[in-house]
Design a protein around this ligand. Structure first.
Ligand code: B1M
Length: 210
């Protein structure tokens, strides 16, 4: 890893959002690819914080400031990752399920879907089934994309799929998030599971085309 990427990771771990922003801008100015900055600078920093969180070496406040620094960094990358002037390939309603406040992965998924030409309706976090139903109808959506980061909230996905499918039978469902697996996706009737934001975006376009 380059020194600059290492610095991005360290400052993210220390919750230094402004420094992270400066370093991300510097990396882009030096010609570094946006995906490299994301995958080799920002995300490894967050992975280290995640591990420390698990081991009780850091706590919610530290995780929050790191998450804020990550969001500030990805906001700068967004323009490069998403691009402009795509012909829309379809509409996806995206959200983190009820009871779950984790949005970093969901935001990345949304960003990558936009970069592939999808129109993304992001309902945010802690979203109940009826909000998904309303948004799908209002936007005539092709896909519903559900994110969950907690073993205690991933079960919400099944109810959302059933509620939307009952009213909009042609909509397809994608699920993801750290505790979710392909096997789980199959048991709840989802059409697709993907493990990361890039493959989620590719799958979304594929489902729309199909
Ligand atoms: Co929370 N948290 N958290 N947390 N948090 C986890 C998830 C945890 C694994 C940490 C741990 O103990 N090791 C653990 C869950 C354990 C479990 O359920 N098995 C946990 C816990 C327990 C909690 C609380 C209960 C802690 C507490 O209060 N005691 C609490 C719950 C709050 C709630 O939601 N109701 C809580 C709170 C928080 C913060 C608010 C402090 C903060 C969230 C801030 C925010 O999101 N704005 C936070 C964070 C940051 C984490 C960790 C450290 C990092 C998550 C993250 O953003 N990763 C996390 C530990 C970890 O994951 N290592 C942890 C980076 C992100 C890019 O990855 O979200 O996995 P991820 O997204 C990936 C893929 O999963 C995938 O693509 C993304 C990018 O490639 N993906 C999809 C995601 N959604 C997808 C959808 C798709 C396809 C792919 O298709 C639709």
């Amino acid at each position: 890893m380059s020194e600059l990427l290492e610095n991005i990771s360290i400052n993210l771990q220390n919750g230094k959002a402004k420094v992270v922003q400066q370093l991300v801008r510097q990396a882009l100015d030096e010609g570094m690819d946006a995906m490299t900055v994301l995958e080799q600078g920002l995300l490894p920093g967050m992975a280290i914080i995640g591990e420390k969180f698990k081991n009780n070496e850091v706590f919610v406040p530290e995780v929050l400031v790191s998450a804020r620094a990550l969001n500030k960094g990805t906001a700068i990358l967004k323009e490069k990752l998403v691009g402009e002037g795509f012909e829309e390939k379809g509409t996806v309603v995206l959200g983190t399920v009820k009871g779950d406040l984790h949005d970093i992965g969901k935001n990345l998924v949304g960003m990558m879907m936009e970069s592939k030409g999808m129109k993304v309706i992001d309902l945010g976090v802690d979203v109940e089934a009826d909000k998904f139903v309303a948004a799908v109808k209002e936007n005539n959506a092709d896909i519903v994309a559900l994110s969950a980061l907690l073993t205690t909230t991933m079960g919400e996905m099944k109810g959302i799929i059933e509620a939307v499918r009952a009213e909009c039978p042609n909509v397809k469902f994608m699920v993801g998030g750290a505790p979710v697996s392909a096997a789980f996706a199959a048991t709840i009737g989802a059409d697709a599971y993907t493990g990361d934001a890039t493959s989620a975006a590719a799958k979304c376009v594929e489902l729309c085309a199909g």
